[in-house]
Design a protein around this ligand. Structure first.
Ligand code: ADP
Length: 255
């Protein structure tokens, strides 16, 4: 029976089936190793600030001389990092589950960006960063103001984190027909062509070494992508290694 079934056409069918099964297994394997890598990244990202918080708190408990404002600040900074990470993860899972609500209102996008930048400049000026805003007239859009704020905030945060010695970031608003385009430009290291399509992926980081001073979650841009897709907005990135990056998105103007 065995010989008959595996002869001729039947055999080819079995061979095809086995090819399909192999391909599926490979695909599943890829997903499985990707999943493991994601969990490893997340665990690492959660554990690093927690380890720091516990270590600093213990040192301050046991060695009275170490109870300094600088050490307390480390605990506060690391707790802040942890909060950002957990918030990003929650946003991400809500976006993935499709339960993220969109509360659209008509508002002035230009003024909203202006006030975000004002706040951010105040926060960052002591570190020498400067964010410039250029706009060609004030425009209104119909969108979820808080979510668009999150998009702009994430893009500026990245621009600041990845900018080089020149700590200047440019935000530009360009009106074109019935659309308004927002561009966030830095003069940092830029992104290699091969890495460019993946920067929007969850937990993707070009530099996976964890050595970088800035410890990102790899979630920022996938949140940006999800929010913009929720708004049916166009978006993209133009980047050249050594010459910096421009991240952009477009919304429809509400007249
Ligand atoms: P992260 O928390 O690591 O910044 P993101 O999702 O915001 O995560 O970005 C994904 C990756 O894309 C980053 O790790 C970085 O490698 C790259 N990237 C994002 N923005 C920039 C930028 N302005 N300049 C250079 N690389 C960037």
């Amino acid at each position: 029976d065995f010989d008959v079934r595996f002869e001729g056409k039947d055999y080819r069918e079995v061979a095809e089936l086995s090819d399909t099964l192999n391909a599926t297994a490979k695909e599943l394997g890829k997903n499985e190793s990707l999943r493991r890598e994601l969990i490893a990244n997340v665990s690492h990202d959660l554990r690093t600030p927690l380890t720091m918080i516990i270590a600093y708190a213990e040192v301050m408990r046991d060695l009275p001389g170490e109870n300094t404002p600088e050490n307390v600040q480390v605990v506060i900074d690391e707790a802040g990092r942890l909060t950002n990470l957990v918030n990003d993860m929650l946003d991400m899972s809500k976006l993935q589950a499709g339960v993220m609500e969109k509360n659209d209102t008509v508002y002035n996008l230009t003024e909203s960006i202006e006030s975000v930048l004002e706040r951010y400049n105040k926060l960052k000026e002591q570190d020498g960063y400067c964010i410039h805003f250029e706009y060609d007239g004030k425009v209104q859009v119909k969108a979820d103001e808080y979510k668009i704020y999150q998009v702009i905030y994430n893009l500026i945060n990245n621009a600041i984190n990845y900018t080089g010695k020149d700590k200047t970031v440019w935000v530009r608003q360009k009106i074109s027909g019935d659309k308004v385009r927002i561009e966030v430009t830095d003069s940092g290291d830029g992104i290699a062509k091969e890495a460019l399509p993946y920067v929007w992926d969850r937990y993707y980081k070009v530099d996976k070494t964890h050595k970088r001073a800035v410890m990102g979650t790899g979630l920022g841009l996938s949140i940006v992508k999800n929010i913009l897709e929720l708004h049916h907005a166009g978006y993209g990135v133009v980047s050249e290694p050594g010459c910096g990056s421009t991240f952009w998105f477009e919304l429809k103007i509400e007249r």
